[in-house]
Design a protein around this ligand. Structure first.
Ligand SMILES: [Zn+2]
Length: 85
């Protein structure tokens, strides 16, 4: 049995409580996921909305960089085609 590790809330520093654990099979290994929440409900709500903001930002960034990569590829192909003449 693994010792419980400290997992303080990022907002208020209170030890977070385990909401649920579930097993997930990734390829050949089973990973145990744990969802923890702040015991302070209002605080957890704020953490959730912050997380969502972060996630949205991350997704937006990712989409943008993917789009850039596609643009670059198109430019390269265009250059190649031009060089070939
Ligand atoms: Zn908290």
């Amino acid at each position: 049995m693994k010792k419980a590790y400290s997992n303080p809330c990022i907002r208020c520093g209170t030890e977070r409580i385990i909401l649920k654990t579930w097993k997930e099979k990734i390829y050949d290994s089973t990973v145990i996921n744990t969802e923890t929440v702040c015991p302070n409900r209002e605080c957890q709500k704020k953490v959730n909305s912050d997380n969502k903001k972060q996630q949205d930002k991350y997704i937006a960034l990712k989409l943008r960089s993917e789009q850039r990569a596609i643009d670059r590829r198109i430019t390269k192909d265009a250059e190649k085609a031009l060089k070939k003449g």
